[in-house]
Design a protein around this ligand. Structure first.
Ligand code: NAP
Ligand code: MN
Length: 278
């Protein structure tokens, strides 16, 4: 597709949709509107705005597609279904999104993300970023790992594994694990246990920990073997993991600030409580 009248003021827009019929329909509508609008330039490369169409899961994928361009990219989510946590627009609000983008002044809402660093036995270092959470688990046997906070040993963990979530990820896997829901303006990480073993011999804190910005969490597995690590929707296995380090990343994820951006507590209520009948 070719577009004319490209100027410095043109907003470069990438449209990413999941495979659902409804998502594809919205994507083609947006394509046809922006294609003929000189203020916008459709491009998957080097975009200013990434429009993700689908659910929160789709926004996670969009984040990972553009995680190396967080400095200049802003995201906006359209949800085909119930309203999500990362999605400000519903499928029937596409016209409003188009209008909002036409009047957009570049305002943004920023949320913290998680930095993950995995050290392997051979010295290799694998780096990643999570928008929701990262986990380390040992599947075949109990995971035994030292948990350090700012280089000081906090506890010796035994159990299935550990999850470290961002504030916006606190409503995802973290919540299923019994973690607290954290408002995203609180720049902190949450360490949550996955089935810890607690008896007279082995002891962990038992509750989840809210860890402030600049603090460093280190997980040091004490047994050789395979470890399953996850970063958001991706999972991989590594042998003999020496250390996993979690910190709040220097970068943040930026969203297009919109009139549709409802309060976090309303989203939590709508997602988990619903309408309460007296
Ligand atoms: P998925 O298994 O297809 O969906 C996981 C569900 O979590 C979807 O309903 C998704 O919403 C929702 N979700 C995603 N991010 C959320 C958030 N920040 N707050 C509240 N709900 C959220 O996997 P996926 O869509 O690729 O998402 C990967 C995520 O699944 C992981 O980051 C992890 O948080 C979560 N997960 C949860 C469990 C658990 O609760 N036991 C186990 C593994 C993974 P949409 O329907 O809008 O996409
Ligand atoms: Mn999903």
């Amino acid at each position: 597709m070719t577009q004319m009248n490209y100027t410095d003021k043109t907003t470069r827009v990438a449209i990413i949709a999941n495979g659902k019929y409804q998502s594809k329909r919205i994507a083609s509508k947006l394509f046809s509107v922006f294609k003929d609008d000189p203020d916008f330039y459709l491009s998957k490369r080097n975009p200013d705005i990434v429009i993700s169409i689908g659910g929160d899961g789709m926004l996670l994928s969009a984040f990972h597609m553009y995680e190396k361009e967080l400095n200049h990219v802003r995201f906006v989510g359209i949800h085909t279904g119930h309203l999500g946590f990362y999605t400000d627009y519903r499928d029937f609000e596409v016209e409003q999104l188009i209008e909002d983008l036409r009047h957009d002044q570049g305002e943004k809402i920023a949320y913290p993300i998680l930095s993950v660093e995995i050290t392997l036995e051979d010295g290799r270092l694998i780096r990643g970023r999570a928008l929701n959470e990262s986990t380390i688990k040992r599947i075949e046997k109990t995971m035994v790992a030292d948990v350090l906070i700012n280089q000081v040993k906090f506890e010796s963990f035994r159990g299935d594994g550990i999850s470290v979530s961002t504030p916006t990820g606190s409503t995802a896997y973290n919540k299923s694990l019994g973690g607290a829901v954290l408002h995203p303006t609180i720049e902190a990480l949450q360490l949550t246990e996955i089935s810890s073993l607690n008896n007279r011999v082995f002891r962990t804190l038992g509750s989840s920990l809210i860890i402030p910005k600049k603090d460093v969490i280190e997980i040091l597995p004490q047994r050789l073997g395979n470890y399953t690590l996850s970063i958001d929707n991706k999972t991989f296995t590594h042998r003999n993991v020496v250390k996993v380090t979690y910190t709040i990343d220097r970068k943040k994820i930026n969203f297009v600030s919109s009139s549709n951006h409802t309060s976090f507590w309303e989203r939590v209520r709508d997602a988990f409580i619903g309408d309460i009948e007296p």
